[in-house]
Design a protein around this ligand. Sequence first.
Ligand SMILES: Cc1cc2nc3c(=O)[nH]c(=O)nc-3n(C[C@H](O)[C@H](O)[C@H](O)COP(=O)(O)OP(=O)(O)OC[C@H]3O[C@@H](n4cnc5c(N)ncnc54)[C@H](O)[C@@H]3O)c2cc1C
Length: 440
Amino acid sequence: MNTGLYWFTHDLRLDDNPALQQAARQCDYLLVVYVQDPSLERPDTFNTARLGSKRKHFLIEGLHDLAQQLQTCGQQLHCLTGNPVDVLTDLISQLGIDRLYCTRPVGWYEQRQLSELSHRFPHLQPVTADAYTLFDQAQMAELLDPFPVSFSAFRRRVEKKLTLPAPLPPVRDFPPMPRVAIDAAAPILKPDTADNGWFKGGELAAQTHLQRYFSSSLPATYKQVRNELDGLDNGTRFSPWLAQGSLSPRRVMRQLQQYEQRETANESTYWIFFELLWREYFQWYARHHDHRLYHLHGIQQRSPLTSFYPQRFKSWCEGSTPWPLVNACMKQLKATGWMSNRGRQIVASCLVNELALDWRYGAAWFEQELLDYDVASNWGNWQYLAGVGADPRGKRRFDIAKQTRQYDPQGDFIHRWQGEAQTLALDHVDAADWPIPVRH
Ligand SMILES: Cc1cc2nc3c(=O)[nH]c(=O)nc-3n(C[C@H](O)[C@H](O)[C@H](O)COP(=O)(O)OP(=O)(O)OC[C@H]3O[C@@H](n4cnc5c(N)ncnc54)[C@H](O)[C@@H]3O)c2cc1C
């Protein structure tokens, strides 16, 4: 008789979850666990939290939904609090766990946690599988050697050589739970009623959104609207659920292929795949470059020209820069946890080029504020825009005035998010934080 432990991480779903499927098949008893790490909510290296309040709310909704689904299958989600490695170490020792199952981690910290557990329990045989990406490690091994220097090189190789794996059906049959009481298990917090606008966490909400999107005509016009600054329908808006793991990228692709067979296949439908490939590229990029994802010099070992101006960073975060479009985007992010891709490019370029700040502060602010924060996509895109990442062309500079004319010609977006500039001066304090006198 063996007892397994399934550790839920960024894979809060029953659908297309290969490691969960193996656990359900191979174990006589199974304990399913999620560990909430409170240290993520405290200010970190860049004085920001790795988990902000909006994403925490979205996460609680996701956990609640998962717990309810497991309950209908006779299983219980145990939600524990603490450092994941310590919490799991206690559980494994106390319950005599034979096998540990989880989705293969992408982030460097998460990979280290798993290695630490393997080190502490050599007998454990952690079973990992890829649920966060389109392709799995076995498919990728050959393709990534050597690692493609650019997204285009990656895309060409993938399109030429790989076949998309089919998504697995949801797991419904689980082994029983071990007959033990878990002292430290806290009840999953009930989500409060405040809503995250367009987004509600969890697999059920993700599936509802997926069905809604692909039963509309939106996929056929995706490419024409994807650069708009606002609007639920001007993009797929799958990213928060993909980041939470309550939606499988392979399930999205399956729906896309069915849409193409049923309705139409055109440049727009191809472009949804194209963007998912960007996401895919950054996931393997993060695994390949591990801690270099967070280095100031990035993967290029280039030295960005930067200093730290606290007042400039504060203005950027709160949306009080001299650039109304940047302000509107930043205020939208603060209020909703959301910003369009075009908005993210513009505000990142502003931080790097106009404000001459260290790009990692921008990435850390996004980590705290974004609902769809994903370690690989966030830090990978920031590196790219800062000219220290995967962009062969080096640093990108977005002309903010031109972008404003092109994407907000009537000023509607700026007005909606009250982005109108309060000041035209970039610096209104001096180096010692004293206000610079204004000349009249
Ligand atoms: C500075 C910066 C930081 C970013 N941080 C994140 C992040 O933390 N999490 C995140 O999911 N995306 C991030 N992105 C990528 C992109 O902005 C979002 O994925 C996109 O806006 C999500 O909206 P959507 O789901 O409607 O995307 P769509 O346009 O509908 O695209 C479909 C899917 O493709 C993927 N995708 C699209 N563009 C990109 C891209 N440039 N890089 C990686 N994946 C992409 C997403 O999973 C998205 O859901 C960042 C981009 C920039 C420029």
